[in-house]
Design a protein around this ligand. Sequence first.
Ligand code: XMP
Length: 308
Amino acid sequence: MVEPEEFVPEAIEEIKQQMGAEGRAVMALSGGVDSSVCAALAYEAVGERVVPVYVDTGLMRKGETAAVEEAFGTMESLRVVDARQRFLDALDDVVDPEEKRKVIGEEFMRVFEQEARDADARYCIQGTIYPDRIESEGGIKSHHNVGGLPDVLDFDEIIEPVRELYKDEVREVARYLDLPEEISERMPFPGPGLAVRVIGEVTEDKLHAAREATAIVEEELEEGGYDPWQALAAVVGKGTGVKGDNRVHGWIVAVRAVESRDGMTAQAIDVDWQTLQSIQSRVTGTLPDVARVVYDVTHKPPATIEYE
Ligand code: XMP
């Protein structure tokens, strides 16, 4: 287990050394704990020489953009890019999960590349953590935040301050750095975002359902006294339902809540009936396009945590 009081000064020193006396670094800020810790460490190390770039892909969690602006708005170098339409266009007609990851990764890189050029950055800081590297190297799936960047952009150096840490260790560091609880305790969220929580084609209405339902799942689980490692809602298909006096052909939303240490294996949580019913009634009640809600009881393996 990491010792934050040792890790933090070492990481800051390492960033200082890697960046030398001059030159800016860009870093992709997602609002998650990994990139937030990196931003805080980099800011401690080199101040405004780090340019955090937050790309609003339209695939983010509910309220994520506002939360990032709130948490990091004091950093004058922060860049917030609205790329929502761009990502929707790029994902038009893309249905294969790995293809989605590739398209999102490429699109993200293009936006990021432009920002890096604008910032005249020589360095790139990434919030890659240990399990990201293992899963990518093992060929399980192409995590979009790993690899790729160095080929496209001619950075002097790629800096990965938390590359040796597991998620729970990153949280320890976040607490030590006094980052807000919404960040240090925030559940993991995949790089490709809600695109891997809608099966098949990515459309605005499916994203809306997955986004709103995921927020409801998080709130209701907390209300019910649960503190899962990760919880989510995914749009998994269409089914028939009855709303008011009408038969409807609406979305099927799958709810998932798991315990895990590092996401490599996971156990589905035994959520009580009342909590599940609260989730169901809020999701179907507030989202007119959702016809039914199901709970996923599958561990990992054999299932993955995300749906794609
Ligand atoms: P799976 O679905 O593979 O997820 O069981 C394990 C953990 O990784 C997250 N995840 C991703 N993170 N890029 C990421 O940065 C990705 O492509 C990706 N796919 C899954 C997932 O949310 C879970 O925490």
